[in-house]
Design a binder for this molecule. Structure first.
Ligand SMILES: Cc1ncc(COP(=O)(O)O)c(C=O)c1O
Length: 352
């Protein structure tokens, strides 16, 4: 059976939220009927894209016109790059980041320019000065910053973000917050950023924190200058009405998600403790639902294979930026107990 679809394997390799969505989402799905399945939305008659964009606008305190909806944040990322980047134009992004950034730039024959994240003890950090000087040299059309970043897990500090956006007024700045929620649920910065910088786009998704990756719900809060993108992304026949029902139900269940986050943060700490006790290993501090782990030279492939034999799939890196590294998604408490047992077995059998 294909490894990606085996029901017996525990997949901790794609940063999915294995707690799933709030029970309220399943209840909401049971209310879906002919209106949502067979009939287009008429929300445009009220001058809005969807009940979802309306709700997000109210929560984020951003005008509805500046909330753009998409099929996952992957789709919004593709839309913005296809809308603004032409052949030979540059996209500036971290060298240690989601591989898809470079792929989407290459789709429009754009050129990717990368800046490194720096290691500082048990965490990765962005170097704002370095990014600004690269920006001045390269004049990119689009700058991409992920906070928290995948796979390093670190966030971009607020003060640096303001410095950067100030310096990058000639370009479009994409702040990818796909992993928002796992450290805290603050939203205040969005209205401030979007109000102050007309060229910023904050990308969000319901895939990670809200556990709705399969429903493909993404959105962006866009600065007032990005009108071309707003037109490009508008959909005459409306948004996916089933996804809209699910996302609205998730937004109505904050207590459920806050409790989930607490459990996940505890389990993330348990992984830090496990690897901190292993000389030669580093478990990088993360604000997301995954951790990047560096193990002693030569042991990442054996550990990956050992976990695979125990029925657990984690991500093994073969990129040069991440030698001896694995990325592990934080699953449910039960999943993490199973993972820690398998990790302890690996140590007991003399492998580490
Ligand atoms: C950094 C980052 N941004 C965006 C996404 C896209 O997620 P989605 O399209 O499900 O919203 C991912 C997916 O893993 C990601 O790692």
């Amino acid at each position: 059976m294909n490894v990606r679809t085996s029901p017996d394997l525990l997949y901790l390799d794609r940063n999915e939220n294995l707690y799933g969505p709030a029970p309220a989402c399943f209840d909401a799905l049971r209310t879906v009927g002919i209106a949502e399945l067979s009939v287009y939305s008429r929300d445009y008659l009220r001058g809005v894209k969807s009940r979802l964009s309306e709700r997000l606008a109210a929560e984020l305190k951003v005008p509805e016109k500046q909330i753009l909806l998409s099929e996952g944040s992957e789709d919004m990322l593709k839309q913005v790059v296809h809308c603004y980047v032409g052949p030979g134009e540059k996209v500036l992004c971290p060298s240690q980041s989601w591989w898809y950034y470079q792929t989407v730039a290459s789709e429009v024959a754009g050129e990717t320019v990368t800046f490194p994240l720096r290691e500082q003890g048990d965490r990765f950090v962005y170097d704002a000065d370095e990014i600004i000087s690269l920006y001045q040299r390269e004049s990119p059309r689009v700058v991409l910053i992920a906070s928290p970043n995948n796979p390093t897990g670190n966030s971009f500090p607020d003060a640096d973000l303001r410095r950067l956006t100030e310096a990058f007024r000639e370009s479009i700045v994409i702040l990818d917050e796909a992993y928002w929620g796992f450290a805290d649920e603050s939203n205040e910065h969005i209205a401030e950023l979007v109000g102050q910088y007309r060229n910023i786009l904050v990308l969000r998704t319901f895939s990670k924190y809200f556990g709705l990756a399969g429903a493909r719900v993404g959105y962006a809060a866009a600065g007032a200058s990005l009108t071309r993108l707003a037109k490009f992304s508008s959909r005459y026949l409306g948004y996916n009405r089933v996804s809209e029902v699910l996302a609205l139900a998730a937004l109505d269940a904050p207590a459920h998600y806050a409790a989930m986050r607490e459990r996940m943060m505890e389990d993330r700490r348990r992984l830090y403790e496990f690897f901190d006790a292993r000389p030669g290993s580093t478990c990088f501090r993360s604000d997301a639902n995954f951790v990047l782990v560096r193990v002693p030279t030569g042991s990442s492939a054996p550990l990956h294979a050992h976990l695979r034999t125990a029925g657990i799939v984690v991500k093994l890196f073969d990129e040069k930026e991440f030698p001896d590294c694995l990325r592990i998604t934080i699953g449910t408490r039960e999943h993490m107990n199973r993972l820690l047992n398998a990790l302890n077995d690996f140590v007991r059998t003399g492998n580490a």
